[in-house]
Design a protein around this ligand. Structure first.
Ligand SMILES: [Zn+2]
Length: 341
């Protein structure tokens, strides 16, 4: 249902920018969050002076969380944020520096996807306009900010940000460590395991929802409208495999990201401890390839667990499915997909 499968909507393109756009710094995430907040107020024009406080605040907070927010050796803008964090720079100076240095190429780069300009434009760059310089916010962005997806988009951006900065900080992107992202059902978080440590990265629902366009993995209904409070984190191949009396399961850990998806509450309740019918499984294979395409650290994690190539991953998934349904033969047939607006 996403833009990459040919459906161009304001939401699907925004998600593609956040999940699949190039990452050399995390400015994009701060900029996207700031834009959505401004658009939610209904304004149709904004200056860099007006964007700067919130944009800088998000990056200052991020630097306190993780020192690495870009791949470049130095950034004068991030240095200004660091100086503000330790009290060496006052707020007004930080905002002036943000206007001078902070927007660099993020305004041009934000709407870029690999392969060129995104097919939806959210704003027009009028920085050089002499009478009213700044950005013109287009209707597409207003609509997005008011849509049922808005809160999800914000959470998804934050989750993606945490994953990217975690990869840079732990060196996962250098593939020196074999990492693992394991689901913790107590906190509903993805926990990064490396040889050195174990650390909660982000909520699993926010990390995965963008790859499903906010829709149930099985029935395709929008999870934001789930009256029972979905989404629910699903083990596609049942979690019970890990807990069989005699440990027969020899596939990859079912608690890790390759086997996790989000569903609505009614599909979750109907599925119980069963694998989905095998005709559904290409969905998971395709979704895992999407996770790989969005790179650090998901690429490294998925490849280490399920294989380096699409063919290898297909074989891994196929044998995992066969083994799972030998051990737990009952399968569940998901309902027909009923997309809702
Ligand atoms: Zn469902």
């Amino acid at each position: 249902m996403d833009y990459r499968r040919g459906v161009v909507t304001g939401e699907s393109v925004w998600r593609a920018i956040v999940l699949y756009g190039a990452n050399s710094a995390t400015y994009k995430f701060a900029f996207g969050t700031t834009l959505l907040e401004i658009a939610a107020t209904g304004r149709d024009h904004v200056t860099l002076d007006e964007l700067a406080p919130r944009y800088a605040e998000l990056l200052c907070q991020a630097l306190q969380r993780q020192p690495r927010q870009g791949t470049a050796a130095r950034s004068r803008f991030l240095d200004a944020c660091r100086a503000f964090n330790v009290g060496d720079l006052d707020r007004d100076t930080l905002h002036r520096r943000t206007v001078q240095l902070g927007f660099g190429n993020v305004i041009d780069a934000f709407p870029q996807l690999r392969g060129g300009q995104a097919p939806v434009r959210y704003y027009e760059d009028r920085r050089r306009n002499s009478t009213l310089p700044g950005l013109v916010i287009r209707d597409e962005l207003h609509r997005l900010a008011r849509s049922v997806h808005a809160r999800d988009l914000d959470a998804e951006t934050t989750a993606r940000w945490r994953l990217v900065e975690t990869a840079w900080t732990t060196g996962v992107s250098g593939a020196l460590l074999v990492p693992s992202l394991v689901y913790d059902p107590g906190t509903r978080d993805l926990v990064l395991h490396t040889r050195q440590r174990r650390r909660s990265v982000t909520g699993v629902a926010a990390a995965l929802s963008g790859y499903q366009d906010g829709r149930c993995a099985y029935c395709d209904r929008l999870m934001a409208r789930d009256a029972a409070g979905g989404p629910v984190v699903e083990h596609v191949l049942p979690w019970k495999l890990k807990r069989l009396p005699i440990r027969h399961w020899n596939g990859p850990d079912v608690d890790t990201v390759w086997n996790l998806a989000l569903s609505c509450t009614s599909c979750n309740q109907a599925k119980q401890d069963r694998a989905p019918h095998e005709t559904w499984m290409p969905w998971l294979e395709r979704r895992n390839n999407d996770l790989i395409e969005s790179r650090h650290p998901l690429r490294e994690v998925l490849m280490s667990q399920t294989g380096d190539t699409e063919a290898a991953r297909h074989a891994t998934l196929k044998s995992a499915y066969q083994r799972a349904t030998e051990l737990l033969p009952a399968v569940w047939t998901p309902p027909a997909r009923v997309p809702t607006a």
